[in-house]
Each structure stands twice: as structure tokens, then as C-alpha cells.
Design a protein around this ligand. Structure first.
Ligand SMILES: [Zn+2]
Length: 485
């Protein structure tokens, strides 16, 4: 093991609690070995723009998600899962690399996941997996580097020529392609291709990534999902142009907003149908018991909770708190719910542990698998979320009870008490408040963690630096001394 490797391992355990980290990691490695010695198949389902609190298994009163709820009942549900960002590209890059956004480098739509970042698909391929990805929206285009490690990375949009063009030129698509994407209905196409692949390919084990796009705006679900949750509405509001329609604003009639939310819910039910078809295929092909299914979303959606709509503009919980469900029959106890905070960066290590791979030491996330065998998590669960696009430069440092939020250019910060103020409407600034002081410590710890990783993960031109004032601030706090310190 080289010196650099030892240092990497050290940073990987930076947030570890005491001496139980190695023990838990080891438990994670042996507890999931199959009797036949074979590796499990892995199906990773990412439903774009899906809010956790609009799913039945997270307490939503509408029947938006019967099949996802069934999956949840057969597996484990994480109550506090936090994304790395509030939009698609960086969140998927964190899912695939186990690194925070400012470390993996795919922060903005003009950037891409650098080729030297090691992805989950690349790691699994090296372990002998056949790897296939199905994507259905522009931020997943191969031009953004998310196709790394897939034997086949299959375009399920209705405009594949655009994606092909971005591959040829290496240039990200412009606005009009995103406009086309908002009208696209992709569920049947994604399912059809997944079905064909499963029927035609007998290679085992396989890693299948499935990206479902239809919950993303616009909200125009096909019948009968368009009237499913609001059949009596007689107004004129539609889910078309949700992101640009000026009539969607804080002064709009409440009834119209309710209707738009019902259309969003219709798209969830429509997508749930296709998730169900995929799960049925696993059953029919007798793959259920030998396949890990991990279902999550990349971010949520805002319906004027903080005065705006859509995503990619704040880091409030309606955008960064996401669902996480993991099913692995015989290995993950059915119906378990975990309150521990889980993070997008933990997905990679968790899946590798369930596949009995050695724990990676070059990632920021940790395996959640120890929880499945009654153990504690090895390390800390501080969640860092970042938004460096659309003119925003925001970071949050979140624990289930509190969140520190900082605008990086100005250094302005606030703290939110997530227990007494779950809507995040009453920012706290009083530094004599113990919760504020604890959140400030979270921010200092998290910022140092980012800087340590930015030092050791191979730097490329696509990987951004921290803003100068943050660097200066950390220097004054003694955080930027050499690694020997
Ligand atoms: Zn997204």
C-alpha cells in the first residue's frame, strides 16, 4: 500500500466514530455473502424529481405509489436520506462516485464528471459485472461523463439524435433540448428497453441503472393519471410550463396550485406503474431473490414552500430530502425503517458492501449495510449539499435536527432548527443558541472534510476550487496547513 493510499484511507475514516469502523466494514463484507458464492445483481432505480413526502411509504395520504410502497415493505426505508444537491447532474455524479459535488467536479451544466473519477459502474465492471444504464433526460447525457463504466448506456429520450450529437462534440445541449425534455414521456420506452435487455441477456451478475424522467416538469401525465387525484377540478391551471408559467407564483389561487400538485402526483403514479413492471420482470425471470433493488430520487421539487417552484435554486428540504429504499431478500430485513441520516454519497459504498466487495477507501461516503445486520454505522453522517449553478453558490451542512446554510460568495449564513421549524421558515442567527453553535461546528467540520478531499482526489480542470474567502477563512482557522499537521 503506497503512502498516498494510506493517507486516503485515513481521510476516509476521518469522521469515523472510535475503533468500530474497521469492524463494521468487515461485518459488511462477510454478512452478505450468498450461499452459492455468486455476486448479487444490482438494480439502481433513480426517479428524477421525486419528493419523498409524496410517496405512501413516507406517509403521503394519496395512493401515488402502491408498487414502490410494496418494495418498501419488502425492504428497508431510510427516513433521513439527503441528496448532494438539488438538481440532476451533480446528484447523479455523487451517486455514482461517492464524492461530494465540489470533489467529483460535475457542479454546473457547463462541467462534466471527469474521466478520472472512478464510478460505481467502473468498480462493478472490474468485479466482473455486466453493466447497463438506461437514461431518459438531458443531464444524464454521456457528454456529462455519467456513462463511464457502462457496457451499454442506453438513451431512452424521444430525441436520441441530440444525445448522440453531444457525444460527438462533447458539448452540453442547449436550452431547446431541455424544453423538449419537459414534454417527453419516457416511462414506456425505458421499461420496454429494460424488459428487452433482461429478456435477452443472461450474463450474471449484472448492474442495471434505470433513470425515470416523467415526474420531472412538465406535469402532464397521460390519462387516467391526469384526473386521478383531482377529478373535480374545473379551473384552467395546467402542469404545462410549470417552470416558466408566470401564473405559478405565491399569489396564485390555492385551488390551482392544488391541481398542479395533483398532476405531479399523477406523474408519480404513472411512474410507479413502470417501476412495478420492472419489479414484475425480476419476479418472472426468477431474479427477485438474487437481485438488490435500490430505489431513490436525485432531488425533490418546490411548490412555492419558499416562494418559488421547480428545483436547482435552493437547498431546502423539499429539494434535498429524498426517498431511499433498499430490498435484498434474505439479507435486508423486510419492513425496517432507519432514522439514521443517509446521504447520496453513501449509495456506492452500500451497494459494494451488499455485493461483498472490500470497502472503498477513496470515497467520502460510507456503507449503510451495517444497519442491516444490527450494527451501528462506522462513521459520522454529516450531510453536505451544494448548489453551484444558475448563479447560486450555496452549501448546507445537515443533521436530522439542524441545518447550516451558507451563501459562499458573501459568507452569509443561517441555521435552521429542523425539529421545531421543519418548514425551514425561521432562520436562526443568535450564536449564543447551542443549536446554532453546534451547526457552526458542523459547517467547520464539513468544510475541512471537503478541503481534505479536494487535496487528495486527483484534480482536473473540471474540478472547481473553493471560493477564496472560504479558503482564507479556513486558513485563519488553521485548516489549510500541510497534511503533516
Ligand atoms: Zn433531476
Amino acid at each position: 500500500m503506497s503512502v498516498a493510499r494510506v493517507f486516503l484511507a485515513g481521510v476516509g475514516l476521518l469522521l469515523a466514530a472510535g475503533g468500530c469502523a474497521k469492524e463494521s466494514a468487515k461485518a459488511g463484507q462477510t454478512a452478505f455473502k450468498r450461499a452459492d458464492g455468486a455476486r448479487p445483481n444490482i438494480v439502481l432505480i433513480s426517479i428524477d424529481t421525486l419528493r419523498r413526502d409524496h410517496l405512501g411509504c413516507y406517509g403521503y395520504p394519496r395512493a401515488t405509489s402502491p408498487r414502490i410502497d410494496q418494495l418498501a415493505a419488502e425492504g428497508a426505508v431510510f427516513e433521513n436520506m439527503v441528496s448532494s444537491s438539488s438538481w440532476t447532474l451533480p446528484a447523479h455524479a455523487a451517486m455514482f462516485t461517492g464524492l461530494a459535488d465540489s470533489v467529483h467536479g460535475a457542479l454546473d451544466i457547463t462541467s462534466r464528471l471527469p474521466d478520472d473519477r472512478l464510478t460505481l459502474a467502473e468498480r462493478l465492471k472490474a468485479m466482473g459485472y455486466t453493466t447497463v444504464g438506461f437514461f431518459s433526460g438531458p443531464p444524464l447525457y454521456p457528454a456529462y461523463g455519467l456513462g463511464q463504466g457502462f457496457d451499454a448506456y442506453i438513451d431512452c429520450t424521444s430525441y436520441p439524435e441530440v444525445s448522440a450529437q453531444t457525444v460527438a462534440t462533447g458539448i452540453a445541449p442547449a436550452g431547446p433540448q431541455f424544453d423538449a425534455a419537459r414534454k417527453d414521456v419516457t416511462g414506456p420506452r425505458v421499461y420496454g428497453r429494460v424488459h428487452s435487455w433482461l429478456s435477452d441477456n443472461t450474463a450474471r451478475p449484472f448492474f442495471m441503472f434505470i433513470h425515470l424522467w416523467d415526474v420531472h416538469p412538465d406535469f402532464v401525465p397521460p390519462a387516467p393519471y391526469d384526473r386521478m387525484f383531482d377529478p373535480d377540478y374545473t379551473g384552467t391551471a395546467t402542469g404545462e410550463g410549470f417552470l416558466t408559467n408566470a401564473s405559478v407564483n405565491p399569489t396564485m389561487p390555492k385551488r390551482d396550485l392544488e391541481h398542479i400538485i395533483a398532476l405531479y402526483d399523477g406523474e408519480i403514479a404513472w411512474t410507479d406503474l413502470h417501476v412495478g413492471k420492472i419489479l414484475d420482470d425480476l419476479e418472472t425471470l426468477k431474479l427477485r431473490d438474487s437481485t438488490i433493488v435500490l430505489l431513490l430520487s436525485d432531488h425533490g421539487e418546490e411548490f412555492l414552500e419558499h416562494g418559488s417552484r421547480g428545483h436547482q435554486h435552493t437547498l431546502f428540504d423539499e429539494l434535498i430530502r429524498i426517498p431511499l429504499i433498499v430490498r435484498y431478500p434474505g439479507f435486508i430485513p423486510a419492513g425496517r425503517r432507519f432514522a439514521e441520516q443517509a446521504r447520496m454519497i453513501d449509495v456506492l459504498s452500500t451497494l459494494l458492501a451488499l455485493a461483498s466487495a472490500p470497502p472503498p477507501t477513496d470515497v467520502m461516503g460510507q456503507s449503510l449495510a451495517p444497519l442491516f445486520v444490527g450494527r451501528k454505522l462506522a462513521g459520522d453522517t454529516l450531510a453536505i449539499s451544494e448548489l453551484f449553478s444558475h448563479g447560486q453558490q450555496l452549501r448546507t451542512f445537515r443533521r436530522p435536527q439542524r441545518k447550516f446554510i451558507r451563501d459562499e460568495p458573501s459568507g452569509k449564513a443561517a441555521v435552521l432548527d429542523l425539529v421545531t421549524d421543519p418548514g425551514e421558515l425561521a432562520p436562526l442567527h443568535d450564536t449564543s443558541n447551542p443549536l446554532v453553535r453546534a451547526a457552526i461546528r458542523d459547517a467547520e467540520q464539513g468544510t475541512k472534510w471537503l478541503i481534505d478531499f479536494q487535496k487528495i482526489v486527483p484534480r482536473t480542470t473540471a474540478a472547481p476550487q473553493l471560493p477564496d474567502h472560504v479558503r482564507r477563512q479556513l486558513e485563519s482557522l488553521g485548516y489549510l496547513r500541510g497534511k503533516d499537521d
